[in-house]
Design a protein. Structure first.
Length: 666
């Protein structure tokens, strides 16, 4: 049979996009002239994604093979959207384009070339739960006593190991900086990490972090692979460069060795994830690392009015470690941001409800309005008032305040004091005690219901002879807490009752169970402050239970449809998003910025960047709320100074609203 070979010549598409029509001059400059090492400083709302997409399209139109382009993003959704938009622009599919997250790219490279460092191409990827299962297996194999409630939970150990790997620091350094309460068991955690690493290799498994660490090891140790890949990737583009960690930076640096065409896009003013291992030094030191690097600035903002940008520009100017930028809007000047001084957190909540009602009446869907805050606990008072008023809301990126595990744990003790036969509360509270798991908690509760007539009988030893050793110690602690919170007259002193539970042992338990326990302790402190406004345990528990069970079925009468709801979010969760109106609450010194951030310039400047991110989420309206007093269970009613981020601003960048004395906001 005669063979006929059809030779297909790769077609170089003609340029058919009118770039000058679709891009502003700043964006066009990047798209057409970003060869060699380039840093694009893309201010908030400046169209960085659009610029990246058109740059990729421009490269493809110039005849660069898709196989030779690497585009890294931080989410799979972003990578899919970018690929689709490039293909829509050019009306052609580009299967060879390397586009994805760093972890996705690492997975592909390790499948293809991992054999050079002993990794079989058929390796499995362990998800978070698989990783936890293996950590538990290591703990058992090492005969480590994990029954102690104060030994770090597997999830905490997982977080310690992950942070260490992503920052290229050892376990002891990580413990010293972020988990000092576990420094005394550093050797134990190191032993777990060592065995965990060994077990992964023995079972041909990689975890999520390995997709970075092993990719870096691959291109560092195998000169053959590094040469091949750096020759292949003629153009490397990186999105959100301010959020990269040291591993990701080293990977793209090595991959760009041959051609040197590395384009990174980011905004140092929006670098707010140091707690996850992000290194702002990557973007700040880029010109030093890459000699002759070009720097482009995208400063035209398509999101916010100029008055909002004026405040943002002024605020971020107080940071010393930054690239100077000055955002200017394509919109009109618009309404100036408003600073509203309010009596206390409750009046703050009332103001929020009144303002969102007014905006809703003016035609703004609730979804177009966001209430932002530095820390979750700052939303507690507002959430309760929203529930009472029947206003639907969602907590972006997390549970509502009263749904969180640590809040429910502490409230379980109060529920027992209120209703001594609440089985769920008994099991939850007892499960936080030393030597008592959920199964034995149920056994204790059944013994109580069968033999005891009232809560006082838990102190009668004749009913508890079956408890031994560690279980006995845990139950003794439980009884001490119950005795403390059920003293005659204590039912009207709710903040005192909660403090007894938290300081009496739960604080230590929290540190061992949750990797973000410091934030959770802040939540618990605010729960104590919140409880101060109540003098009736039954009403307090009824209200907090409402906070647990409310699912947002009811809506404002003025809501456009049943699917409309207000957005509540921490600022970290709000990054990358935008709303017509933003209400920023809790602008109190030592809450925002966080008190501990004042210990170093580095931390303080990240807090100011967080403030900047919050400001630049707003399109048309920005309301900044400062409660002038607050309750602190250690000191009573205290004066709450405004955030230093407000005090350092000139008054010409905002307007002050005054609430008339003696007039309730709503």
């Amino acid at each position: 049979m005669q063979k006929y070979i059809l030779k297909i010549q790769r077609q170089v598409p003609c340029e058919n996009i009118d770039y000058a029509k679709h891009l502003n001059p700043e964006q066009l400059e990047v798209v057409k002239n970003a060869d060699g090492p380039c840093l694009v400083l893309a201010g908030a709302g400046s169209g960085k994604t659009r610029t990246l997409i058109y740059r990729v399209a421009y490269l493809l139109e110039r005849g660069i093979d898709p196989h030779n382009i690497l585009l890294t993003t931080f989410t799979n959704k972003a990578s899919h959207q970018m690929r689709e938009r490039v293909e829509m622009l050019l009306k052609k599919n580009f299967e060879g384009l390397w586009c994805g997250t760093f972890h996705h790219i690492g997975n592909r490279l390790l499948r293809m070339y991992g054999k050079h460092i002993g990794i079989k191409p058929g390796f499995n990827i362990m998800d978070e739960e698989d990783s936890l299962t293996m950590i538990k297996s290591c703990l058992r194999e090492l005969n480590i006593n994990t029954k102690d409630k104060f030994f770090p939970a597997p999830r905490v150990i997982q977080s310690i190991m992950s942070y260490s790997r992503n920052t290229k620091s050892d376990i002891s350094d990580t413990l010293d900086k972020h988990y000092p309460e576990f420094l005394q068991i550093a050797d134990t955690i190191n032993a777990v990490y060592s065995l965990y690493t060994k077990k992964k290799a023995g079972s041909s498994n990689l975890d999520y972090d390995d997709l970075l660490t092993e990719t870096l090891r691959l291109i560092t140790q195998s000169q053959i692979v590094r040469d091949k890949l750096s020759a292949q990737f003629q153009h490397i583009l990186v999105d959100e460069y301010q959020d990269t960690n040291i591993l990701q930076s080293e990977i793209i640096t090595l991959l760009s060795e041959r051609h040197g065409n590395i384009l990174v896009v980011g905004d140092d003013a929006q670098s707010i994830y140091a707690f996850r291992g992000a290194a702002i030094e990557n973007i700040l030191n880029f010109p030093k690392q890459f000699t002759g690097a070009k720097i482009f600035r995208l400063e035209t903002n398509y999101r916010s009015n100029q008055s909002i940008l004026d405040l943002a520009n002024e605020s971020i100017s107080y940071n010393s470690r930054q690239y100077e930028k000055h955002l200017h809007s394509v919109k009109d000047v618009g309404e100036k941001p408003a600073l509203i001084n309010l009596r206390d957190p409750r009046q703050q909540a009332m103001f929020v409800i009144q303002k969102i009602t007014e905006l809703n009446d003016e035609g703004y869907d609730l979804k177009k309005i966001a209430v932002l805050f530095r820390a979750h606990y700052q939303s507690a008072e507002l959430e309760m008032e929203l529930l009472k008023k029947g206003i639907p809301y969602v907590m972006r990126g997390g549970m509502k305040f009263f749904e969180q595990a640590h809040i429910k744990d502490v409230l379980a003790y109060l529920k027992i004091a209120q209703n001594p036969f609440d089985e769920i509360a008994w099991i939850r509270a007892l499960s936080t005690e030393e030597g008592i798991g959920a199964g034995f908690s149920l056994k204790i509760f059944k013994n109580y219901t069968e033999k005891c007539a009232s809560l006082k009988d838990i102190f009668n030893e004749k009913y508890w002879g079956f408890l031994k050793n560690r279980t006995r110690r845990g139950f003794e602690h439980f009884r001490r807490i119950i005795a403390d919170i059920t003293k005659e007259g204590e039912s009207g002193n709710l903040d005192r009752m909660l403090e007894s539970i938290i300081k009496g042992g739960y604080e230590k338990y929290c540190a061992s169970r949750f990797d973000n326990y410091k934030d959770r302790l802040d939540d618990l402190k605010e729960l104590v402050n919140f409880a101060h406004t109540y003098n009736d345990l039954k009403k307090f528990l009824a209200d907090t239970s409402l906070g647990e069970t409310f699912k947002g079925e009811t809506v404002l009468n003025t809501a456009k449809d049943a699917g409309d709801y207000l957005v509540l979010s921490t600022i970290h969760q709000a990054k990358g998003l935008e709303w017509d109106a933003v209400i920023l609450i809790g602008l109190i010194d030592n809450q925002f910025p966080h008190a501990k951030s004042k210990e170093s310039l580095r931390h303080m400047e990240e807090e100011r960047r967080l403030f900047y991110v919050a400001i630049t989420r707003a399109k048309d309206y920005l309301y900044m709320l400062h409660p002038m007093t607050r309750y602190d269970y250690n000191y009573g009613i205290v004066i709450a100074r405004p955030s230093m981020f407000i005090e350092e601003l000139p008054e010409n960048v905002y307007t002050k609203w005054e609430i008339e004395e003696g007039v309730e906001v709503l």
